[in-house]
Design a protein around this ligand. Structure first.
Ligand code: HEC
Length: 138
């Protein structure tokens, strides 16, 4: 009986280790993806907000086809959005944030800590507007 219990805890420990390993590599992968963005410049402070409050819905692996179809941060790479599409998406980010439309209200009702602070919103808007102007040569 005692032997069985220790075998069982060994198995549980092995499974736990695997799960933790899988989680760790998963989050590393996500970070790699977002720092790979090439067509536009995303400073670290902007990246941190996007990573924390937007990227979960707007990336290649997002379960919601609607959110990733509308905006996919992974597509700000050279092989993703065209230049004109990038310019238009940056414009939409600034516009939606001005109107306080993102993250979606329903989502925030469940996860209030994902609400953008006024500072974070301004940071993203200024960044998106700045990048849009640089890209479009304004
Ligand atoms: C819970 C998931 C979720 C989160 C988090 C989220 N979004 Fe969205 N976003 C969506 C969905 C869903 C849509 C599509 C809405 C529609 O079409 O009605 C969308 C649409 C958009 C659009 C419109 C794109 C277009 O071309 O019309 C922009 C811009 C946007 N999101 C920016 C952001 C930003 C910036 C953040 C972080 C501050 C963010 N989103 C966080 C789900 C999310």
């Amino acid at each position: 009986m005692k032997k069985k219990t220790s075998q069982l805890s060994a198995v549980v420990l092995i499974i736990f280790t695997f799960v933790m390993f899988a989680f760790t590599t998963e989050s590393v992968k996500e970070n790699e993806k977002i720092t790979e963005l090439e067509s536009i410049v995303i400073p670290d402070d902007v990246m941190a907000v996007i990573d924390n409050k937007c990227y979960g819905c707007h990336n290649n692996e997002s379960k919601s086809t609607k959110s990733k179809g509308k905006l996919n941060f992974d597509k700000f790479k050279d092989d993703g959005y065209s230049k004109s599409k990038t310019i238009s998406k940056l414009g939409k980010i600034a516009k939606d944030l001005h109107k306080n439309e993102m993250p979606p209200e329903k989502f925030l009702a469940k996860y209030p800590d994902k609400t953008l602070t006024a500072d974070e919103s301004k940071l993203l808007i200024d960044w998106a507007e700045g990048e849009r102007k640089t890209l479009s040569g304004e």
